[in-house]
Design a protein around this ligand. Structure first.
Ligand code: ZN
Ligand code: ZN
Length: 353
């Protein structure tokens, strides 16, 4: 079954006549159109892709299963012209703006509108072979860029320079760009789980956390490595070893049939039992694909069950204010019996002199 067929099967199950797609990743997933600026309407027997004159030729080429409709500035006016008689219309309630919702309401005056935010994301959560191959490439680019950047890091360099080098290596290795704003956080800043690269210089005696990833043909990778500059103390070694132990246990716990909550609990328990539970304040991981953060997750609330074909990160961390922090993140592919770790960058404590 292709993606559109899977979508329609799901629509029939949920008794939806039409679904309006605005989120670019969802549009790309269903149609193949990479232009971003499109509205898709999928019914049980038709599929429209609405876009403006800049993208018409590209859309015809990339989205052969869709009828391409040229729009003006307002896609919703075109919806009225198409004149679909739909009873129940789904849309991405987590993405549409308040003003666009008003227009959508006007376009479907006779219809029941249903906010079904995870409708397409649920399809996207199980990756097909083509997607897995692209993610593998995005991961490999990030792994190789990490190996390259390690050779260039020096005391006195700024976090921003390190981030720039990482991006340079990734692009030279074929990335279309970075998959998010990199986190490059050293010393006390490594206690900031989302400390983006700053002008701070890296110093001896500090952790350096690098969280980054590549986009390759639309697909994201996401990796974190924490390294050390100079000579670590006993406690610094101990915290690194603890996060690594939790990360390995989290990976070992990934098995189809378990929930995201159960996997999170396995890694979290190791950190809690060592007395650092309060310093691990985020979820264990998230799915990755066309977007850097997708569902399902590994966290304390995730009830969804793990299935083969999901691609998820495992990224525990310990962040101690005014002291520093460690996070280690890999991407895994769920298999029939467990998982395959896609990230190949080394995880043993890397200490640069
Ligand atoms: Zn990350
Ligand atoms: Zn992540």
């Amino acid at each position: 079954m292709n993606r559109l067929e899977r979508m329609r099967q799901r629509m029939q199950e949920d008794k939806i006549d039409a679904y309006v797609v605005l989120r670019p990743e969802n549009g790309r997933y269903l149609s193949g159109f990479t232009g971003g600026e499109a509205t898709l309407i999928v019914t049980l027997d038709k599929a429209f892709l609405l876009t403006d004159f800049r993208y018409i030729e590209q859309a015809k080429e990339q989205a052969p299963d869709f009828e391409i409709v040229k729009t003006g500035h307002d896609h919703f006016l075109t919806l009225v012209e198409i004149g679909l008689q739909s009873k129940r219309v789904g849309f991405e309630g987590d993405f549409i703006t308040y003003s666009d919702y008003g227009k959508l309401r006007q376009s479907f005056l006779q219809s029941e509108l249903l906010s079904l935010p995870s409708f397409v994301n649920d399809l996207r959560s199980i990756k097909d072979e083509q997607e897995i191959n692209l993610i593998r490439q995005a991961v490999r680019i990030a792994d190789d860029a990490f190996a390259e950047v390690l050779k260039t890091i020096e005391i006195g360099q700024t976090e921003q320079e390190i981030g720039l080098n990482l991006e340079f290596f990734m692009r030279r290795l074929g990335a279309n760009g970075g998959s998010f704003e990199f986190i490059i956080a050293s010393g006390n800043r490594s206690a900031l789980p989302h400390g983006t690269a700053s002008p701070k210089q890296v110093q001896a005696g500090e952790f350096l956390t690098m969280d980054f990833g590549a986009i390759y043909q639309g697909y994201c990778s996401d990796i974190t490595r924490t390294i050390f500059l100079g000579e670590p103390t006993e406690k610094q070694r101990e915290i690194y070893a603890l996060v690594l132990e939790a990360q390995r246990a989290g990976i070992a716990a990934v098995t189809p049939g378990r929930t995201g909550k159960e996997v999170d609990a396995v890694a979290r328990k190791i950190i809690e039992d060592a007395g650092y539970g309060e310093y691990f304040g985020h979820g264990l991981g998230h799915s990755v694909g066309l977007a850097i953060h997708e569902g399902p997750n590994f966290n304390m609330r995730e009830e969804r069950v793990i299935e083969p074909g999901m691609v998820v990160t495992v990224e525990p961390g310990i962040y101690i204010p005014d002291w520093g922090g460690v996070r280690i993140e890999d991407i895994i592919l769920v298999t029939e019996n467990g998982c395959e770790v896609l990230t190949k960058a080394p995880k043993e404590f890397i200490i640069l002199e």
